[in-house]
Design a protein around this ligand. Structure first.
Ligand SMILES: *[C@@H]1O[C@H](CO)[C@@H](O)[C@H](O)[C@H]1NC(C)=O
Ligand SMILES: *[C@@H]1O[C@H](CO)[C@@H](O)[C@H](O)[C@H]1NC(C)=O
Ligand SMILES: *[C@@H]1O[C@H](CO)[C@@H](O)[C@H](O)[C@H]1NC(C)=O
Ligand SMILES: *[C@@H]1O[C@H](CO)[C@@H](O)[C@H](O)[C@H]1NC(C)=O
Ligand SMILES: *[C@@H]1O[C@H](CO)[C@@H](O)[C@H](O)[C@H]1NC(C)=O
Length: 470
C-alpha cells in the first residue's frame, strides 16, 4: 500500500486558495493489488525471520527459581491467510489477518542451581489474529503521515515441544514457557506493529513533495490537507504549482475545482488547467521563453531568407535603406502562454513580441521594427499503450506591427508566410513526434498498466493500473 501512498503526496501553508492543482485518488482496486504485493513481500520476509532472544527466570513450584534463555529462534514455517484491507472512512486503512499460524524453531537453555541443561524446541502458534487501523494524515510540510491508530492482536493457542533431557522439569517448564510465550505475544504484537508503522515515518518524510523539472522550474505538490478517506477510495489533494526557481512568484489564480470519478483503475491523477498554466507563468517569469532567430536557422528549402532583399515584398522600405544585409529576430514571450482544457481538446495560446534587427556590415545591430504575435494551437491527446500520442493543429496566427523605424506597413502577407511556415515545417515535425509518442515516466520497479488519458473541462486526468516488481 505504501507504494500507492507514496506515488503522490504532501502540504499546505502557502497553498493556492483551497482547491488542489493536482489531485490523486486511489481505489479499492489499488488496495487489493497492494495486498497481493504486500502478502508476497511478507511471505519472503517471514521465511527464516529471526526472532530476538528471550532470557529470564521463572519460578516452578515446588522447585523454585529456574533461569532460562531462548535463543536462535527463527520462523521455519507459516501459513498466511489472505489479509483483508479496506478504507476506514475519515480515518485510514484497515488491515486484518485472521487465523495465521507460525512454526518457530530455537534453542533453550536452563539453569536450576548448579544444574544446566539445554536442547532445541519447536513452538507452534495458532490462530494469530491481527486487526490494525493505520491512520493516514498529513503534516505541516505536506508530507503524508501514518500512525497505528488502533490495533488488536491475539494468539488463540500455542504448542511447545522441548527436545533434550530435563526430564524432571519437562512438564512444568514446558507449560511455563508456553504461558510466557502466549503472554508475550499477546502483549507485544501490537507494540511491534506500531513500531513498524512508526518506522515508516522517516521513509515518508524522505519523499519529495517537489520536483525540479529542469534548471528553470520546480513543480511543488505538497498535500494541502490530510487525505480524504471515503468508503471506497482515498483522495490526495496536492498543491500542484510550478514555480520559477530564480524568480519565484505566486501564480495569481485559484485552481478550478474538479473531481476524479474513475473507479475502474487503481490510481487516477488529475491536473487542473491552472496548474498547467502555472508552468507557463513560471517559464515566463524565469525569462527563458525567448529565442534569437538567424538566417542560418531558417530551413535551407525556404525561399524566404532573413535578409533585407528577401523582405522586400513585406517591407519595401527595408532594402532601400539597408541593401542586401542579413537580419535577426529576437522572439520572446510578451505574456504567459495560456492553456485551456476542454473535452478532448487542449488549446495553447502563445503571445510574443518579435524585435527585428538588421545586421550592418560592421556587425552592429539596428532595430527596424517590432511585431506582436499571437499563435493558437489545439491538440488532441490520448494514450496509445504506454505512450502519450496525439495530433496538433493550428487555429490562428495574428501579427500586428507594434512599432517601426521604417514607417507603417501591412503585416498580412508576413502573417500568411508564418502560417504557411507553421503548416509546412512546424506542424509536420510536432505531429511526427506526437505520432511516435512520448513515453510516460516509469521506474524500474513501478510501471503503468493500461493507462487512459482524458481531457475534461478544466482538467486533464490520467487513470491507470500499476504493476510493481520488487
Ligand atoms: C528529492 O529532491 C532533492 C533536492 O531537490 C534531490 O536531490 C533528490 O534527488 C530528490 N529525490 C528524488 C527521489 O527525486
Ligand atoms: C538574401 O536572400 C536571397 C533570397 O531571397 C538570396 O538570393 C540572397 O543571396 C540573400 N542575401 C544574403 C546577403 O544572404
Ligand atoms: C478546440 O478548442 C479551440 C478553442 O476553443 C477551438 O478553436 C478549436 O476549434 C477546438 N478544436 C476542436 C477539434 O474541437
Ligand atoms: C557601424 O557602422 C555604422 C554605419 O556605418 C556606424 O554608425 C557605427 O558607428 C558602426 N559601429 C561600429 C561599432 O563600428
Ligand atoms: C485569431 O486571430 C484574431 C485576429 O487575427 C483574433 O481576433 C482572435 O481572437 C484569434 N483567435 C484565437 C482563438 O486566438
Amino acid at each position: 500500500m505504501w507504494l500507492f501512498l507514496t506515488i503522490l503526496l504532501a502540504v499546505s501553508h502557502h497553498a493556492l486558495g483551497t482547491n488542489p492543482g493536482l489531485e490523486s485518488v486511489i481505489t479499492q482496486k489499488a488496495l487489493e493489488y497492494a495486498k497481493q504485493v504486500g502478502a508476497s513481500l511478507a511471505q519472503e520476509q517471514l521465511g527464516g525471520l529471526a526472532i530476538p532472544d528471550i532470557t529470564g527466570s521463572i519460578s516452578i513450584f515446588p522447585f523454585g527459581k529456574v533461569d532460562y534463555s531462548l535463543s536462535g529462534m527463527h520462523v521455519v514455517d507459516f501459513n498466511l491467510p489472505e489479509p483483508e484491507v479496506g478504507f476506514a472512512e475519515e480515518a485510514g486503512v484497515k488491515i486484518g489477518i485472521s487465523g495465521m499460524s507460525v512454526a518457530i524453531h530455537g534453542t533453550w537453555r536452563d539453569r536450576y542451581h548448579l544444574i544446566r541443561d539445554s536442547g532445541s524446541f519447536d513452538l507452534a502458534v495458532y490462530g494469530l489474529t491481527v486487526s490494525v487501523l493505520v491512520g493516514v494524515g498529513s503534516d505541516s510540510t505536506g508530507h503524508l503521515i501514518v500512525s497505528s491508530a488502533n490495533c488488536d492482536a491475539s494468539v488463540a493457542d500455542l504448542e511447545v515441544t522441548l527436545h533434550g533431557s530435563t526430564r524432571w522439569l519437562y512438564k512444568p517448564f514446558t507449560n511455563k514457557i508456553k504461558d510466557l510465550a502466549h503472554k508475550q505475544l499477546n502483549r507485544k504484537l501490537c507494540p511491534m506493529i506500531s513500531e513498524y508503522i512508526d518506522g515508516l515515518e522517516p521513509l515518508l518524510q524522505k519523499i519529495n513533495v517537489s520536483y525540479q523539472y529542469d534548471p528553470y522550474v520546480v513543480f511543488e505538490f505538497p498535500l494541502i490537507h490530510p487525505p480524504a478517506i471515503g468508503t471506497s477510495n482515498m483522495e490526495f489533494d496536492c498543491k500542484g504549482e510550478f514555480y520559477s526557481v530564480e524568480h519565484r512568484k505566486e501564480f495569481p489564480f485559484t485552481p478550478e475545482l474538479f473531481q476524479l470519478h474513475d473507479q475502474n483503475h487503481m490510481v487516477s491523477v488529475g491536473l487542473s488547467q491552472s496548474s498547467a498554466n502555472s508552468a507557463g507563468f513560471a517559464y515566463h517569469s524565469a525569462g527563458v521563453l525567448w529565442i534569437r532567430l538567424t538566417d542560418s536557422m531558417i530551413p535551407k528549402v525556404s525561399p524566404i531568407r532573413l535578409n533585407t532583399t528577401s523582405f522586400e515584398s513585406f517591407v519595401p522600405e527595408l532594402p532601400k535603406r539597408y541593401p542586401d544585409m542579413l537580419m535577426l529576430v529576437d522572439l520572446f514571450s510578451s505574456q504567459q502562454p495560456l492553456i485551456t482544457f476542454q473535452p478532448d481538446n487542449v488549446t495553447a495560446q502563445a503571445f510574443g513580441s518579435a524585435k527585428v534587427y538588421v545586421i550592418l556590415p560592421n556587425a552592429t545591430l539596428v532595430p527596424v521594427f517590432v511585431l506582436d504575435i499571437c499563435v493558437s494551437f489545439s491538440a488532441k491527446l490520448f494514450m496509445s499503450g504506454l505512450k502519450l500520442t496525439g495530433s496538433m493543429t493550428l487555429n490562428n496566427v495574428s501579427l500586428n506591427l507594434a512599432s517601426s523605424e521604417l514607417g507603417p506597413f501591412q503585416t498580412k502577407s508576413m502573417e500568411n508566410v508564418i502560417r504557411a511556415g507553421i503548416h509546412l515545417v512546424v506542424l509536420p515535425k510536432v505531429n511526427a513526434k506526437l505520432k511516435r509518442g512520448i513515453p510516460l515516466p516509469a521506474t524500474p520497479k513501478v510501471s503503468l498498466v493500461n493507462p487512459v488519458l482524458k481531457v475534461n473541462q478544466g482538467f486533464v486526468m490520467l487513470a491507470t493500473d500499476i504493476s510493481y516488481s520488487p
